[in-house]
Design a protein around this ligand. Structure first.
Ligand code: DGT
Ligand code: CA
Ligand code: CA
Length: 520
């Protein structure tokens, strides 16, 4: 679809405006960013919309005003956008990639380009290696070092795939293998089970009496691009989504220990092994051994944790970030369960006919996008409830929600909105900065004081679990929203729930568990 191409161009226009511009032009940049986001989540082909309804139809799409509609029309009609071409001449810079590096915004990128000619990732790498950055005004040795770290993080995460993509495929593979009737047990393990934001590969474990047949089924699945390794115990295939999947066949007795081991993380496992040793035992992927005997044979993971004097640790917490100490003291956080939410706190489609879905998810109400309030990135959401005759009804209860990414250059106004009790939810908090930064801390303080909740966008997984983990000792409340653009996308809520679980956020801080009256 052409939607993505236009979205990419709009993002680039925004970066170029931000790089060169002043406070006033950030208004314009935000309009492009908003339009890009809207296009990315749009289900229908923008070209079809324009051809059948003209610019008027374009302007009915949320986030698209007159100016943007003109640009879209220009692109569809001529294959290019003049404003974009003109800007590109002055800024031949790969903003798309460079802005993904932590600590690099459009302005700093432009500064790097003008002073030492950095145009892309490769140039940046060389400049860091040659220590050409430390001498630039506003940078220094420390920020060169930080940039070098960020670059490493970026490179190590490149080639990984986003959880929603990998999770969907892992579930598909698991269900496919179940349907063969060959699996006695089957579980998704690894980072997918821990709900990590990005996945290096997918790991699946199975118990079967017919390993060869199961491996045949696995390697001949429709979405396999090539078979990397095929054996009786382990096979690896390359998938269509740019990642690989391991299937391991496990013996029945070892399944609990194997699931514990292959769920990871590696750091968590290393600590677990040490705790086993402290108990005079040995833990590995085959079992928990006292002398030569596997005391965990035939038992589940839970038994392994309890035998080692720990309470059961949910996979999302297994990162060696204090969960083992907490489990020893029985002080693990009470995290929210996947099927326990009372509501989805923001969707972006007409839910008046979604009663089946509402019932399936067990929601008492849903909040749905009800239009933007002004040009500042404030929007309204309205509550819908399932009434007695089983239809979905919009209620009088509405809430205001602020999009932090529209306040990047004007954090003070955002704080004032929050302090004045004007907004109930705040999305895209991570667009403002990193958790340690003063402006971020100030916003969180304001939110805590004025009962404005940090809203998680489950679809784009923002803010990330790492971001929210750093707020775990804070009292700020959390709202989980799927931001579904259609009924099927309601399932994205799982990733938002996963974020709160990985971030150690306890149930008493989660808005989705409240009835709608208490929310207001
Ligand atoms: P990924 O694939 O990079 O997203 O992350 P994981 O955690 O899925 O890692 P993966 O696929 O390499 O291995 C799956 C699990 O197997 C991992 O979470 C823990 C365990 N494992 C793998 N290698 C080691 C190791 O060298 N030591 C220990 N203790 N465990 C390991
Ligand atoms: Ca993995
Ligand atoms: Ca693996």
């Amino acid at each position: 679809m052409i939607n993505r191409d236009i979205a990419r161009i709009f993002n680039e226009i925004a970066y170029m405006i931000q790089a060169s511009g002043d406070q006033r032009s950030s208004f314009e940049a935000n309009a492009y960013l908003r339009a890009a986001r809207s296009l990315e989540s749009l289900q229908d082909d923008i070209e079809t919309i324009y051809r059948s309804g003209g610019k008027e139809a374009l302007m009915k799409i949320p986030g698209i005003g007159k100016g943007i509609a003109d640009r879209i029309a220009e692109y569809i009609d001529s294959g290019t956008i003049k404003k974009y071409e003109d800007l590109r001449k002055n800024y031949p810079i790969d903003f798309e990639t460079l802005t993904k590096i932590e600590g690099l915004g459009p302005k700093r990128i432009l500064m790097l380009y003008r002073s030492i000619g950095v145009k892309d990732l490769n140039d940046l790498k060389k400049a860091i290696e040659d220590h050409r950055i430390r001498d630039l005004p506003g940078f220094g040795e420390k920020s060169e070092e930080i940039l070098s770290q960020s670059l490493k993080i970026y490179e190590s995460s490149a080639g990984r795939i986003p959880l929603p993509l990998g999770y969907a495929r892992a579930v598909e593979i698991r269900d496919y293998l179940i349907q063969t009737g060959l699996a006695e047990r089957i579980e998704i393990a690894g980072s997918t089970r821990r709900m990590k934001d990005t996945l290096g590969d997918i790991d699946i474990l199975a118990v079967t009496e017919k390993p060869l047949q199961m491996m045949d089924a696995f390697t001949s699945m429709p979405k396999v691009k090539s078979v990397i390794a095929k054996g009786e115990k382990k096979s690896t295939v390359a998938l269509d989504i740019g990642t690989t999947c391991d299937l391991r066949i496990i013996s029945r007795e070892s399944f609990g220990a194997a699931l514990q081991y292959f769920t990871g993380s590696k750091d968590h496992n290393i600590r677990m092994r040490k705790i086993a040793i402290d108990h005079g035992m040995k833990l590995n992927e085959y079992g928990l051994f006292r002398d030569q005997e596997n005391v965990a044979a035939g038992h589940d993971e839970d038994y392994i944790y309890r035998t080692l004097g720990l309470s059961y640790i949910d996979p999302e917490l297994r990162e060696d970030r204090g969960e083992l100490e907490a489990a020893q003291m029985g002080k693990l956080p009470n995290i929210v369960k996947y099927d326990s939410l009372n509501a989805d706190l923001c969707v972006k489609f007409d839910i008046s006919k979604a009663q089946d879905k509402m019932r399936a998810y067990g929601y008492a109400y849903i909040l749905a996008y009800a239009g933007s309030e002004d040009e500042r990135g404030i929007f309204r959401i309205r509550s819908y409830t399932l009434n007695r005759n089983d239809s979905v009804e919009g209620t009088e209860t509405t809430f205001r929600c602020a999009d932090a990414s529209s306040f990047k250059d004007d954090v003070d106004s955002l704080i004032k909105y929050i302090r004045d009790g004007k907004v109930r939810f705040l999305t895209n908090l991570d667009a403002i900065g990193t958790p340690g930064e003063e402006k971020v801390s100030k916003i969180i303080e304001a939110c805590t004081a004025s009962r404005c909740s940090i809203m998680i966008d489950s679809k784009s997984m923002r803010p990330s679990s790492d971001f929210l983990f750093s707020l775990r000792k804070n009292d700020v409340r959390i709202a989980i929203a799927s931001f579904a653009g259609n009924p099927d996308e309601l399932s994205y809520i799982r990733f938002g729930i996963g974020i709160t679980r990985r971030a150690w956020i306890s149930t008493d801080r989660i808005d989705n568990l409240l009835p709608v009256e208490e929310l207001a």
